[in-house]
Design a protein around this ligand. Structure first.
Ligand code: KIV
Length: 263
């Protein structure tokens, strides 16, 4: 049986950091599953790192289904989280359910949706029908054109308060996990204290319950894309397996991220 949400909540309560990485194919999925990654995210970042696009916006539901099948076929231990792509959940809870259920049939164990409190009704609709959910708050890449770029969120008090409020409302609505992207470390800490479900950060500091990185960033393969949180764990002479183990150890020992990678 793969790791479940209760085990992740136990990790939060025992201050044992959760390790998550993106993955899009069977070869890497086997490796991540073997070395003990808690959550594999089939992220719509595949729009950039696999498809070569400038953003995640062109990713289709069929793309996510295809990559979910590739990954889920070979994994036994890690939880499989899958991004709902742009346009697949915003219209209505019913539309979100129809699309999320296709991802679940392909092998997802939890689906991730980007957005704040406006997602509450959809989260409850999915949760009541047996679909676990993760909400992605802070910098939400599918809204890059509305946000005016990949900028740190939650710097102004009003924006920070709105992110905290969204996390609480979505928790009440039944969301199981929250991903926090590109926010100040102190805000990550506040949200993590205020809610009982696990928070997983990417550029959200060390005071969250776990960390996620795009696999290609973690392996130092993302040329021209250097946000300060994206550390390469691949040292000269290492195997890929060792690089992944370096990441897991750094997260579990709370050595990554440090102030150099935080806002
Ligand atoms: O698509 C993705 O890879 C993500 C991570 C950046 C969290 O959503």
């Amino acid at each position: 049986m793969s790791i479940n949400i209760q085990q992740l909540i136990h990790k939060k309560n025992s201050s044992s950091p959760i390790c998550m990485l993106t993955c899009y194919d069977a070869t890497f999925a086997k490796l991540l599953d073997k070395v003990g990654i808690d959550i594999i995210l089939i992220g719509d970042s595949l729009g950039m790192v696999v498809q070569g696009n400038e953003s995640t916006i062109k990713v289709k539901l069929e793309d996510m289904i295809y990559h979910t099948r590739c990954v889920s076929k070979v994994t036994k231990n890690s939880m499989i989280m899958v991004d709902m792509p742009f346009g697949s959940y915003q219209e209505s809870p019913e539309n979100a359910y129809r699309n999320a259920s296709q991802l679940m049939e392909a092998g997802a164990q939890i689906v991730k949706l980007e957005g704040g409190k406006w997602l509450a009704e959809t989260i409850t609709f999915l949760s009541d029908r047996g679909i676990p959910t993760c909400a992605h708050l802070g910098l939400t890449p599918q809204s890059v054109h509305k946000l005016g770029g990949y900028k740190v969120q939650g710097i102004e008090t009003q924006n920070a308060t709105s992110i905290i409020e969204s996390a609480k409302i979505l928790e009440e609505s039944g969301v199981d996990i929250v991903v926090l992207e590109l926010i100040p470390s102190e805000l990550g800490k506040k949200i993590t204290k205020h809610i009982k479900i696990p928070t997983i950060g990417i550029g959200a500091g060390v005071f969250v319950d776990g960390q996620v990185l795009v696999l290609h960033d973690m392996l130092g393969l993302s040329e021209g894309h250097n946000p300060k949180f994206a550390k390469s764990f691949f040292s000269k002479g290492d195997t890929i397996e060792q690089a992944i183990r370096n990441y897991i150890n750094a997260v579990r020992n709370k050595e990554y991220p440090n102030s150099e990678h935080s806002y």
